[in-house]
Design a protein around this ligand. Structure first.
Ligand code: API
Length: 323
């Protein structure tokens, strides 16, 4: 397949992820940034800014919209509306709800001839691809996923939605013992909930802190199954010590191949989590635009996308160079 037509991309939402996506779309040779949809009227950008409620007027000028919206409430409330109007790519990260989200996005996109790429980023996303590929190699795989030590955007967003929280970040802390056990092929008893702790650092009025702590530690999926601590700090301390957003993690898969042990490890070290999440989102935006052009409508997860569709390099060249 030779790809010559440029991809006209737009962004919906202008938080950490939206700002990273803006930088990275501008850095692609095959993409143009048409503009940014936001509910705020003025943004600190020189890109065109469109009110979110004017989206329908831009339907003919945009090939794909990167939904840079939070998973806790924005995506469940708004994503299908975007999929009715545009081909979309999101980074929805509520693992338990991905099948439901995929079904809802499929209906919205399919009815309108669009493609909806769901759950991109790195986990879900690149880790999901690696989990499936690595597991498929073994008749009986032992697989463990580790996150961190680092700042989870999904969990930080969920905490910031709790009323009264002014600033917040959530650090995911993996257990080193569990990591070593997984590498030895000894991880059968390890679950995500026993292999990680969660530490929330937040800014809130003192009178609200106990209620907020309770609301965080009992939050289903995000915190309830984990050992979670919540520390309240001043705005000054937050700004001094909690602005960086490093993250990373690894998928470790081991298995017996008829008498020999093999270990597959896919790992990420990220200086700034939203930059890397946006990098994956931009690559999957390229795939979504191409799949839509070739008539593949409806919702797709990362497991359903051929790798060459992510690359700006033509398939013939990739085959000659990389295979
Ligand atoms: C954690 C992971 C992070 C996944 C990465 C991404 C994010 O507990 O730290 O929100 O940063 N689930 N989904």
């Amino acid at each position: 397949m030779t790809e010559t037509k440029r991809i006209r991309a737009a962004i919906a939402g202008y938080g950490n992820l939206g700002r990273s996506a803006e930088k990275l779309i501008r850095a692609q040779d095959d993409m143009d940034l048409v503009g940014i949809f936001s509910r705020r009227s003025s943004l600190d950008t020189d890109a065109p800014v469109f009110p979110a409620d004017s989206a329908a007027q831009h339907a003919d000028d945009i090939d794909v919209v990167l939904l840079c919206l939070g998973s806790a409430t924005d995506i469940p409330e708004q994503a299908t509306g975007w999929a009715e109007l545009f081909t979309t790519v999101d980074t929805y990260d509520n693992h338990a709800d991905i099948p439901g989200h995929r079904a809802r996005m499929d209906a919205a996109a399919r009815a309108n001839g669009h493609t909806a790429m769901v759950g991109t980023g790195w986990d879900p996303g690149l880790f999901s691809v690696n989990r499936t590929m690595a597991e498929a190699l073994f008749p009986s795989a032992q697989q463990n996923t580790f996150w961190g030590l680092g700042a989870s955007q999904g969990h930080s967003d969920a905490v910031r939605r709790v009323p009264g929280v002014q600033r917040a970040v959530q650090y995911t802390i993996p257990s080193d013992d569990a990591l070593q056990a997984a590498r030895r092929g000894d991880g059968a008893d390890i679950t995500a909930h026993t292999a990680h702790r969660r530490e929330v650092v937040a800014v809130a009025e003192e009178s609200e802190q106990e209620r907020i702590r309770e609301q965080i530690v009992t939050m289903p999926n995000y915190f309830e199954p984990y050992e979670t601590t919540v520390e309240f700090v001043s705005v000054e301390e937050f700004e001094k010590n909690h602005q960086g957003l490093p993250h990373g993690g690894r998928v470790i898969t081991t298995g017996d191949l008829g008498g020999s042990l093999s270990t597959v490890e896919f790992s990420l070290e990220l200086e700034r989590n939203p930059d890397f999440t946006a990098a994956a989102q931009v690559a999957y935006a390229r795939a979504a635009a191409r799949m839509n052009r070739s008539g593949q409508v409806g919702a797709f997860t990362v497991l359903e996308v051929a790798p060459y569709l992510l690359s700006p390099i033509p398939l013939d060249e990739l085959i000659a160079r990389d295979v």
